[in-house]
Design a protein around this ligand. Structure first.
Ligand code: FEO
Length: 396
């Protein structure tokens, strides 16, 4: 895609990756992604904000050629991860006068990960500024969005905030700006769930840091640009600050139908009590959908059969993920079945150490569910209802 003008002398020079389906060999990308880089031409100096994934270096070079860029003075590295820094070495070869601008932590990572020579990097402190002539860059240290070295870059005269991963969305689109808000909301929430949610408490501080900035455009390094910044800032405030919702997320798997029967009964019992449910069969589900559901939910109930004395491996994966993502869950429980014994519940609850949840008494049965087992599921549904009522979650 050709360079696209955002403002006078400010251009998008990124790459859209329509076909990528996996990130970090871990995160599903059902809608592809983009790696956004931005060129800013000041009256005296030229800066490139971030680069692109190494697989798209040729696209960035082509965009810079199309804009007849003969010199770059600064390449701002808001983040050291390779999907943004991967073309840095090539930029330094093509533009030998260029210096990389980064936080001190980012400098070390760029030297370690990309072997960028130390003398090519200048470090900037929090709120330090850099003049490009008629345009001024202000650097705002914002650790843990997504790694410890990350920063945001604010272009003062244009009131544009370049946020790299923060506020991003894995979404390949021909739209420069957000046009389809519903689609972008879903993609940005998926991105938040998978990338940002583990750092929720730090993100609160970073949102406070930008509260007083006058922002007309937020330009992230994944997905479309926000020309109505309040759309994504409000979404983040909700995901980060709002209490969890009256919902049970139920990731489960069933081998011979016992756990499935329990899940079916239990979901009906919850719905009858006015509790919303999102149910995910771990043999089939997009794990990103589960992550999105975890952003808002108050309660997780994990459904598993017993395999070799423990939970099913797919359940282990999902529980590990839920624990690592640190959602704002309040309650957790386990339902499931066994044939002749095991330690399935202990293994699952032992993996939830990051979550500040109250564990509700599990329902684990031998074989196919019987009348008393359904009563136990009713008891667990009642307990969840009472907990949600106690915490004023029923209207949320
Ligand atoms: Fe888009 Fe953390 O890299």
């Amino acid at each position: 895609m050709k360079p696209r003008k955002l403002n006078p002398n400010v251009y998008w020079v990124g790459a859209v990756d329509w076909d990528r389906r996996l990130f970090d060999e871990l995160i599903p990308l059902p809608d592809g992604t983009s790696y956004n880089a931005y060129l800013i031409r000041g009256s005296e100096k030229t800066a490139l904000i971030d680069t692109v994934d190494p697989t798209k270096t040729d696209v960035l070079i082509d965009s810079l050629d199309q804009l007849d860029v003969e010199n770059i003075d600064y390449v701002v590295a808001n983040h050291a991860e390779q999907d943004h820094s991967g073309a840095l070495s090539q930029m330094l070869k093509l533009y030998p006068k260029a210096k990389v601008v980064a936080t001190p932590k980012c400098k070390n990572l760029l030297m370690d990960l990309l072997l960028i020579p130390e003398n090519k990097i200048v470090t900037v402190e929090d709120r330090e500024t850099l003049s490009l002539g008629d345009k001024t860059l202000e650097f705002i240290h914002a650790p843990w969005v997504h790694w410890p070295e990350t920063m945001l870059t604010y272009l003062r005269e244009d009131r544009m905030l370049f946020t790299c991963d923060l506020f991003g969305s894995h979404l390949a689109t021909s739209d420069l700006y957000v046009t389809d808000e519903a689609t972008v909301y879903e993609a940005a929430k998926r991105y938040y769930a998978e990338i940002m949610m583990p750092f929720r408490m730090v993100i609160q501080k970073n949102l406070e840091k930008i509260r007083d900035l006058q922002i007309e455009i937020i330009a992230p390094s994944h997905g479309p640009v926000y020309d109505k910044p309040e759309f994504i800032i409000e979404a983040y405030r909700d995901w980060v600050y709002a209490p969890p919702k009256n919902m049970v997320v139920l990731p489960y798997i069933s081998m011979h139908g016992s756990t499935r029967k329990m899940v079916e009964y239990f979901v009906s019992a919850l719905v009858e009590r006015g509790i919303n449910v999102k149910q995910f069969d771990l043999a089939k589900t997009d794990i990103g959908k589960l992550a999105i559901a975890l952003v808002d939910t108050a309660t997780i109930v994990i459904g598993s059969p017993t395999v070799l004395t423990g939970p099913h491996p797919n359940v282990v994966y999902a529980v590990y993920l839920a624990n690592a993502l640190r959602p704002k869950l309040k309650f957790a429980s386990v339902i499931g079945s066994y044939g002749w014994g095991g330690r399935m519940v202990e293994r699952i609850t032992g993996m939830l150490s990051n979550l500040k949840v109250e564990l509700l008494e599990p329902v684990v049965i031998r074989g196919f569910p019987k009348e008393d087992d359904f009563k136990a599921l009713d008891r667990l549904a009642d307990e969840i209802l009472n907990k949600h009522k106690e915490h004023d979650l029923m209207e949320s």
